[in-house]
Design a protein around this ligand. Structure first.
Ligand code: SF4
Ligand code: SF4
Length: 373
């Protein structure tokens, strides 16, 4: 049986006790690291945003984890390859850097530095930052958020930041033409890294147009498991979505990576709360999975760009994996090239890039945001 711990956590003030209890429920922290181990802690450092925006893993959760690792006598480093900005800047703005300073822990940017190769199903060679593969243990600290392309970003998706900067963009283009192919690639990455433990920060989660511009949602839970795909399965149910709505979860079940009847939920009782889905995301459908790819191809909306809030910074142009954008204020979109990955919305620092709600076949959830606020 694979255990997934669900622990009630009303606010971040009690994060220390909550994290320790969650680890206890899945076998105890000493199962996941020992004295002298080099432990790479991988939070979600997507973009330089304040903790209250729920974009990044909350510093109180990182603080709690670094405290546990210090007690175990392990040597921690905190590392990520952010979508926007450097790891140092994202850590500063999100409050993670201050926590790391207090613990004497280094923040490492995985965008640079050596790359190692691992084997995958989608691509024979999967590039991963060598720092990740060389660590004795990886502790995966994901944030619970909706995601325009992937439905939800949970434990498995959080590991995408283990791939160095520009390689992420190239791979997103090659693997990102359908959410299912991209999901299999993410599972390949998870298989290569095999994090010792995954913790999901859902004390304040995100709903709506995530992962960068959704609204905070008081979910009041922390999840933990030695198995990231199993944790994602439980989190998807608790978000009120069907497992088939989230491509990483659907693919992990279809390929036998998880068996739902072998997942045991332990800890506090928690009922599902339906998150407002990201407009245009797979969770925004009420269609059987086999029809979804076709429907997506026919109706997935193109991103839009708001001229009044666009600063012409070019971040979306740089980050577009399909090179579908030309510089401008707002940038010019080539619809034929666009693969509807919505990285532009994810990366845009002002909210000028946005995804309209699909008009047809969108029958689920509360109404999404239609224009940038
Ligand atoms: S849409 Fe956003 S990311 Fe793109 S140029 Fe304008 S402000 Fe920058
Ligand atoms: S324009 Fe936006 S949605 Fe289209 S491919 Fe580029 S980043 Fe993805």
């Amino acid at each position: 049986m694979t255990r997934v711990a669900v622990v009630a956590a009303p606010d971040y003030a009690g994060a220390g006790d909550v994290v320790r209890r969650a680890l206890e429920l899945v076998g105890g922290a000493e199962r996941f690291a020992g004295r002298g181990d080099i432990v790479l802690v991988k939070p979600n450092l997507l973009a330089p945003r304040k903790p209250e925006t729920a974009v990044t893993t909350h510093p109180a959760v990182v603080d709690a984890v670094l405290g546990v690792l210090a007690d175990l006598g392990a040597q921690a480093v905190v590392a990520d390859s952010p979508g926007l900005g450097t790891a140092g800047r994202v850590a500063r703005v999100s409050g993670v850097a201050a926590v790391c300073r207090r613990h004497g822990v280094e923040v490492v940017d995985l965008a640079d530095g050596p790359v190692a190769m691992a084997h995958g199903r989608v691509y024979k060679a999967v590039s991963v930052s060598a720092r990740v593969l060389e660590a004795d243990r990886v502790w995966n600290l994901a944030k619970w958020k909706t995601h325009t392309m992937m439905g939800l970003t949970l434990g498995v998706k959080n590991l995408f930041g283990s791939m160095p900067g520009r390689r992420k963009v190239r791979l997103h283009f090659r693997a990102g033409r359908t959410p299912e192919t991209f999901a299999q690639h993410l599972l390949d990455l998870e298989g290569a890294i095999r994090p010792a433990v995954t913790l999901l920060d859902g004390i304040v989660a995100m709903e709506g147009p995530g992962p960068g511009r959704g609204q905070p949602l008081d979910r009041g839970l922390v999840l933990a498991s030695a198995d990231a795909p199993a944790l994602d399965w439980v989190a998807t149910r608790l978000s009120g979505f069907r497992p088939d709505d989230v491509p990483t979860v659907a693919v992990s079940r279809r390929t036998g990576r998880i068996s739902p009847d072998r997942i045991r939920v332990v800890g506090d009782p928690a009922a599902p709360i339906r998150f407002r889905p990201a407009p245009g995301s797979p969770c925004d459908w009420r269609l059987p999975a086999p029809l979804r790819s076709l429907a997506r191809a026919l109706t997935a909306p193109l991103p839009r760009f708001d001229a009044t809030t666009c600063t012409g910074c070019g971040v979306c142009v740089e980050g577009c994996p399909a090179q579908a954008l030309a510089p401008g204020s707002p940038p010019r979109l080539s619809p034929r090239q666009c693969i509807r990955c919505y990285c532009c919305q994810e990366l845009c620092p002002t909210g000028a890039a946005w995804v309209p709600r699909r008009r047809m076949l969108s029958l689920g959830g509360r109404p999404g945001r239609r224009r940038p606020g």
